[in-house]
Design a protein around this ligand. Structure first.
Ligand code: ADP
Ligand code: TRP
Length: 321
């Protein structure tokens, strides 16, 4: 079976963009690929400065993966930092990565444009990500659109390594994007993101979900008027609403007849109905840290064995004894 690798950073509340753009797909793709899915805690260290918080968010993300239906018997689920070989491979890849490749990465350019303080970890982020992917010979990397450039950089680094060392040790990965959910908008219309404060959390209560949904930005059209299908509310309905609800929504957008208030209430109901089982499972999982630790320990052992095999080949190829 071909391999799949993907990860999410434990940097805050998991939101609906992470769920549909990434996590939900890891579950559906698990039957088609041999999957390695991890908690990117080394990557989280580029921004998190609180040890207790990082641990808490890592545990919450592990519970989230299981709650959305990831089966640790089918998918190797692990913490990145349980496989320190990722950091070793990143160092070796650093040595073949041209500075300009990282200087043109969107995430770095955005941070630089906003005059944010940038540590070396942030600058080097794509190289660690390349190590995560190349380590397991991934053929596909399911991610949202914002991560596509990072997967392309991983390909570029692999090719460069092959040319410079004359050894084809890596597999060239492809990003796997899902049409329609590649960029889920947040309640303000920008990409839903932890960093923009515009999220609908995956594990909020039904009431909290409704509150956030009611804050979705809309224009001032009256209930009787037709509405613009390019707006955020419609985009979110497209992602979350059932066929039956979509019929009503389409009718209201085409011909008028429902106000934004009703359309938002309908969206909140649809999201809450779709997520109620996942949310109940999450509550059980988070109450059982021993189970989470066991799953991650088993996954870590399996991933590490694979990583050690790859590192033997890489060390051989570059001349480390
Ligand atoms: P955030 O932008 O909130 O910090 P992450 O960078 O941790 O999210 O993203 C984790 C995964 O979820 C990545 O694969 C990313 O592409 C995907 N993702 C994040 N936000 C969205 C979104 N709004 N729409 C689709 N996918 C998303
Ligand atoms: N950079 C990804 C994000 O912000 C997380 C990530 C780290 C990742 N390593 C990866 C995703 C490897 C896919 C493959 O969401």
């Amino acid at each position: 079976m071909k391999r799949l690798v993907s990860g999410v950073k434990p940097t805050g509340e998991v939101h609906l963009g992470n769920y549909v753009g990434a996590m939900r797909r890891f579950v559906t793709l698990a039957g088609q690929y041999e999957s390695f899915v991890f908690l990117a805690d080394y990557h989280a260290l580029t921004t998190v400065r609180d040890a207790a918080l990082l641990k808490k968010q890592t545990r919450e993300l592990a519970a989230a993966y299981l709650a959305v239906g990831l089966d640790p018997k089918k998918t190797v689920l692990f913490r990145q930092s349980d496989v320190p070989e990722h950091a070793e491979l990143a160092w070796i890849l650093n040595c073949v990565t041209p500075m300009p490749t990282l200087q043109r990465a969107h995430a770095f350019k955005d941070a630089a444009a906003k005059k944010k303080e940038i540590n070396v970890g942030i600058f080097d982020y794509p190289v660690l990500m390349a190590a995560d992917i190349l380590m397991y010979r991934a053929v596909v990397v399911p991610v949202g659109k914002d991560q596509v450039q990072h997967v392309e950089i991983a390909r570029e680094i692999a090719k460069r390594f092959h040319t410079e060392f004359g050894a084809e040790v890596f597999t060239l990965p492809e990003p796997l994007i899902e049409k329609g959910t590649e960029t889920v908008p947040g309640i303000d219309g920008q990409k839903m993101s932890k960093s923009y404060g515009n999220v609908i959390p995956l594990f909020a209560s039904a009431e909290e979900t409704k509150k956030r949904v009611m804050r979705i930005t809309t224009d001032s059209r009256a209930p009787a008027e037709p509405k613009d299908k390019k707006d955020t509310l419609y985009a979110l309905h497209k992602v979350f609403s059932s066929a039956a609800a979509m019929k009503k929504v389409d009718a209201a957008y085409d011909n008028g007849g429902l106000g934004y208030k009703e359309l938002k209430e309908l969206l909140a109901d649809e999201i809450n109905a779709q997520l109620s089982d996942i949310r109940a499972r999450y509550d059980d999982l988070i109450a059982d840290p021993k189970k989470l630790d066991k799953v991650l320990a088993d996954g870590g052992e399996c991933a590490r064995a694979e990583a050690q095999k790859m590192m033997k080949t890489v060390r051989e190829a570059v001349g480390l004894q």
